[in-house]
Ligand binder design. Structure first.
Ligand code: PMP
Length: 298
């Protein structure tokens, strides 16, 4: 098991800084039993100036609120308060390059009824890129993403991640590094915790909004492409198109931008270092660490 905290680590819980080792939760909680809660995945970076900066904190905390509201979880916090709380936790934990996990969870409630309050915990830990830094061998999973008619898929709800875990574990059991899931209509959708882009003849393609979590990193990649003059098409994409692509990558807060070696038996013909994705990856790293080139200031 990974080491998320030690005896000195703190977290933020309902407005207070408490030791992670001493923080408790209720075993009768509705979130633990039913996956009825929402969370965020955020990163902070040691920037070029040496300062710690959370990347796109407003976007992440606004999404947290939207996720909570979609699920009817009472939400009483504001964005600035949570950004301040996060910097406080990072400073107390002496962390600069960190992964930040805010979790909104329900109180003890074994029914399906509404609650009158929620809890919010903000945890931080040091984490390397979620999918490693080697090119990925990806498996076209038989698992589909949750049907948008059964879930609010724009919400980052805890329970959705059972689907992610199933697909990812299945891909790994079959000898691959990660899964690519389809949507309910069979179009390619996203990874268990990241969005996908692929390159064909100098154009980037990515699944359109509708059946995916449109990630904050995906939005950053779109901004980078606009800035660099790389054409991007957002549409329903088929697995056949991917099997004929030049290159591909996953992007997400935890994964950052990580290139693919293959999908199933198909090896991407374009060397990663020659691909548009490689350029986007470099720009992404420069933006999050504020090592900005004059040409690119997002
Ligand atoms: N899709 C899914 C299913 C995810 O869990 C994530 C991670 N939050 C993403 C895409 C990427 O989102 P973001 O770039 O906002 O981290």
């Amino acid at each position: 098991m990974a080491n998320y905290y030690n005896k000195d680590t703190v977290l933020w819980l309902n407005g207070e800084i408490v030791r992670s080792a001493e923080a408790t939760t209720d075993l009768y909680g509705q979130t633990l039993h039913y996956g009825y809660g929402v969370f965020e995945g955020i990163r902070s970076y040691k920037t070029a100036s040496g300062e710690t900066k959370i990347f796109k904190p407003v976007e992440h905390y606004e999404r947290l609120q939207k996720s909570a509201e979609a699920l009817n979880l009472p939400y009483t916090w504001n964005v600035q308060e949570l950004i301040d709380a996060t910097y406080q936790v990072l400073a107390k934990n002496n962390q600069q390059d960190a992964y930040i996990r805010p979790l909104v969870y329900a109180p003890a409630n074994m029914s399906f009824n509404l609650n009158t309050e929620s809890h919010l915990a903000i945890m931080t830990w040091e984490m390397q890129p979620f999918l490693g830094d080697k090119l990925l061998r990806v498996y076209s999973s038989p698992f589909q993403r949750p049907n948008p008619k059964g879930f609010y898929i724009h919400a980052k709800a805890a329970g959705h991640y059972v689907n992610s875990i199933l697909a990812s574990q299945d891909a790994k059991a079959k000898g691959f590094d990660e899964a690519l899931l389809s949507d309910m209509n069979g179009y390619i959708a996203e990874g268990p915790g990241a969005n996908i882009f692929f390159e064909k003849d100098g154009v980037m393609y990515t699944p359109a909004a509708g059946n995916i979590l449109t990630g904050i990193t995906r939005a950053t990649v779109l901004e980078i492409c606009a800035e660099l003059g790389i054409p991007v098409v957002q549409k329903q994409c088929t697995i056949e198109e991917l099997f004929a692509a030049d290159a591909a990558f996953f992007c997400g807060t935890a994964a950052e931008v990580i290139g693919w070696q293959s999908i199933d038996q198909y090896q991407f013909p374009l060397a990663w270092n020659e691909s548009l994705g490689r350029n986007i990856q470099t720009q992404y790293k420069n933006i999050v660490t504020e090592k900005q080139t004059a040409a690119l200031s997002l």
